[in-house]
Design a binder for this molecule. Structure first.
Ligand code: THG
Length: 366
């Protein structure tokens, strides 16, 4: 593929200088920004992520900020997850749905106070939908994108590295909890979360000019830990079943089809604009759902949906796939019809390199 022409529309991040210096070798585009996808090689990055610690420029995880007396009401309009029990200091993975129950995004929401929320979005222009709802319902709330750029620290040595930069207390954070921590006089949110199954943190860096000092401090403190620049890894995230909005699901899918039913409490999520639609489809249950699938043989890059067949008929699509060095098979995420989604079901996947035998798994490879 040819190179990407930089312009003002392709926003840089506060960490771009560090990413380039670290020798990034490929990017994707996410929320109109550059998201690194490869440093050394996807396989070498994978091994390093699982054995050491990496610093990821995930500033593409833009925040949609809700501020004002109607912030909590607006937040509940967006999601079928019941937010009434959520407290400041918590992060929730929240499916966001439209009025048909279709997935618009699958962000992490942070409750700062009752009147102040951040929605840490996946790759879709959620800001416009949220501003439209706030305006249309005449809500007393400001919706904007703040100067916040997440930097993730992921891998088995993440606790050691973070303790050196933010202090020992940061290691006391529980999964999907956050606290305020100091870096050189700047107070910022640090959460135990991140788009890998290797453990780690996300720093919600809130002052553009502090981006590179923070980046440099992490690399200096982690020299003996073999810290490297990294990025969400295409093998590791499929092994772990972490979904990618736009790849594994979109507006045509309900949260239940995405396997996100455990993050929905539609019955009690009063005010969610997709509630009626989701209650209607919940009666029957989904007719297709996300499944882990192992594919045999050689496969190419999965840059389009691969049809899944059984008995000569179309039964679904593989939406993400990669060879896993640790599990010595191709790991994949697919959307599979109910008649063929049971673990052990044998399927055929039409890859660009030919038909491949595949088997539905009972769980992801974690
Ligand atoms: N962190 C933050 N923002 C993000 C992402 C992130 N925005 C974009 C993208 N990632 C949103 N998608 C996801 C997908 C999965 C998870 C988080 C965001 C995730 N899931 C855990 C899992 O499935 O194992 C567990 C969630 C839970 O149990 O509550 O972490 O990564 N800031």
């Amino acid at each position: 593929m040819a190179l990407i022409s930089p312009s003002r529309r392709l926003r840089r991040t506060p960490f771009s200088e560090g990413v380039e210096r670290a020798g990034v070798s490929a990017y994707t585009i996410y929320n109109h920004m550059l998201l690194p996808t490869v440093f050394e090689s996807v396989e070498a990055d994978y091994r390093h992520l699982k054995d050491h610690v990496q610093v990821w420029d995930v500033a593409v995880e833009r925040q949609v900020e809700l501020r004002g007396p109607d912030a909590a009401r607006l937040m509940q309009m967006l999601t079928p997850r019941d937010l009434r029990g959520m407290l400041p200091g918590q992060c929730y993975y929240v499916p966001i749905v439209d009025e048909t129950g279709g997935m618009l995004n699958d962000p992490v929401a942070l409750k700062l106070t009752e009147d102040h929320w951040w929605i840490s979005i996946a790759d879709s222009d959620l800001l416009f939908w949220v501003k439209g709802l706030a305006y249309g319902y005449r809500l007393d709330v400001m919706v904007d994108e703040p100067d916040v750029s997440p930097l993730a620290v992921q891998g088995p040595k993440a606790d050691q590295l973070m303790a050196r930069v933010f202090g020992e207390d940061v290691t006391k954070l529980r999964f999907f909890r956050y606290g305020w921590f100091d870096f050189e006089g700047h107070s910022m949110i640090v959460a135990r979360s991140g788009y890998s199954k290797q453990g780690g943190f996300e720093i919600y860096m809130n002052d553009w000019d502090t981006g590179m000092p923070l980046w440099d401090a992490l690399f200096k403190a982690g020299e003996d830990l073999n810290v490297r620049a990294g990025c969400p890894n295409g093998i590791e995230r499929v092994e772990g079943g972490l979904l990618s909005y736009g790849n594994d699901m979109n507006r045509d899918n309900t949260p239940h089809e995405c396997g996100l039913g455990r993050f929905c409490s539609t019955q009690t999520a009063i005010g969610c604009v997709g509630r009626d639609a989701l209650l209607r489809v919940a009666k029957e249950g989904p007719a297709k759902q996300v499944r882990p699938i192992a594919i045999e043989g050689e496969i190419g890059r999965c840059d389009r949906a691969w049809p899944i067949y059984a008995g000569g008929k179309l039964r679904g699509h593989v939406t993400s796939a990669a060879y896993s060095p640790d599990f010595e098979t191709n790991v994949a995420i697919g959307m599979v019809r109910m008649t063929h989604w049971d673990a052990g079901t044998v399927l055929e996947v039409e890859t660009p390199d030919g038909m491949r035998k595949a088997t539905v798994q009972d769980e992801f490879w974690i």
